[in-house]
Ligand binder design. Sequence first.
Ligand SMILES: Cc1cc2nc3c(=O)[nH]c(=O)nc-3n(C[C@H](O)[C@H](O)[C@H](O)COP(=O)(O)O)c2cc1C
Ligand code: SF4
Length: 579
Amino acid sequence: MNAPVIPIHVLADPAGPPGPRPQRTRRERPVTAQALAAVRGAIGASPLRRDLLIELLHALNDRFGQLQTDHLAALAELLRLSQAEVYEVASFYHHFDVVRENANGGFDAPPRLTVRVCDGLSCEMAGARDLLQRLPALLDADVRVIAAPCIGRCEQAPAVAVHQHPVARATVESVVHAVQAGLTTHATQETPPAIGLDAYQAAGGYQTLAACLSGQRDVESVIQSLEHSGLRGLGGAGFPAGRKWRIVRDQPAPRLMAVNIDEGEPGTFKDRHYLERDPHRFLEGMLLAAWAVGIDAIYIYLRDEYHGCRALLERELALLKASAVMAGMPNIATIELRRGAGAYICGEESAMIESIEGKRGMPRLRPPYVAQVGLFGRPTLAHNFETLFWVRDILEKGGDWFAGHGRHGRKGLRSFSVSGRVNKPGVHLAPAGITLRELVHEYCGGLPPGHELYAYLPGGASGGILPASLADVPLDFDTLQAHGSFIGSAAIVVLSQHDRATDAARNLMAFFEHESCGQCTPCRSGTAKVRELIAGDRWDAALLAELSQVMRDASICGLGQAAPNPVDSVIKYFPQELA
Ligand SMILES: Cc1cc2nc3c(=O)[nH]c(=O)nc-3n(C[C@H](O)[C@H](O)[C@H](O)COP(=O)(O)O)c2cc1C
Ligand code: SF4
């Protein structure tokens, strides 16, 4: 028998309703009435829950263009938290600009506008450095131009965000035009129209869910279909989805679900691609999983860079919640959409859970696994967006349909995010096990004139760099490990003879150093040290190998463990660049 469903606000605040605020220490700053009024005005009627801290910080950052320390102190007062707790969260996330008083005791005005130039590998190869150098001189002094880690638009490289407005294939002229024309919202010509709730239902959407809810389909047969399909987690780790459903279902209620749309791995943009086009296919998959596993509350974590997706999901979720679909799911106490704040590490599932709880995104030590002790201490089903996206199709068409695809002895479908030196960058749905050579020629229109395949990244920043001589290896989970590499989220970046693997490794290591959460020394110091060691043309291979081993063995999470991959790949496959 299921345990009684616990009200969600108790889950969200395991300590119970807020009690008196802890005594303010002598070192804490006084809270002014003015700051309290400003904060109250910005956060409006939002509940004062600790787990909503990041949402509340967004409200302040959006309203004032920055986070002033007097406002942080006032927010701490309202949330009955120590000022240190609020400050440490605010200063952890890259999208929050924490500012202190100036010499006059006031606060400098924030920049009027921020232009973020993506300096991810694909954008760097397409000219991001040139944009970063030239733009500041061409824009007004109150426009801030900064480099941003991969913004998930690698097929549009070089990609730039003018406030929330994405500029695809950016040139100096197009960015200056966007700034001068005041194009700052998420609207863009590049975004295709999404299939809304009505159109989705008219085409048979939510029928599979209805069949489950009405008892036409039972949980065991649904989980068996999923197992039969061979669907594995598409966030990178590749854990079998059906098995995960069984594990979480066997845990005591209440069980929660955390949906991962952080999509921060440089080179990856598949989740955005599908979300922009067909949001309800994902939402139906999410509800099917919630039904099969017996989930009581769902939290969707969406990266902050995807402003258009956020608006779309807010709209479609509101329609869904008001529709008859949700009336059939009274067990789901809440579906909350949470906004990331610019931290790659929050894609790691336990860091995502910390972030949803309103904390710094620092990965947890395991065991216990999140399936047992996850969000708010409850068993949690954590899934990547795309894993859920395929659930409806698999249940409708059968596990054989999904498993029936595949090449070179592999099974299933993979959504490859392809960028770099190809004629048709984008998301290409192809059989699992396809080789890089086949993928580029059959799906991506080959390489541009004057370019020949030199190297490729099979799994984004973390998956290593392989030479052209390994372009005939099947691309799938478990096929690349022997080559010191992995497919991860299937983010393929293609390099030609005009690129250098050493440059790519420098770009990726700078990214890892920037994004390390700093919790453990092998990763925090290791990424910085490796970046220094590879800055020149002569690399100390023995020292790098030693450092790489320490990072792999002793880092807490996958970021630090995989960070040495690109450097190890260069030493193994591209020694000619180091001669
Ligand atoms: C450093 C790091 C970053 C990650 N980023 C993401 C991400 O952006 N999106 C994602 O779905 N999974 C990401 N993952 C994998 C998640 O930890 C987790 O395995 C996944 O969300 C589980 O869902 P799945 O089984 O459906 O793939 C990341 C893992 C690591 C170590
Ligand atoms: S490996 Fe890096 S990102 Fe992961 S917990 Fe350690 S410091 Fe943080």
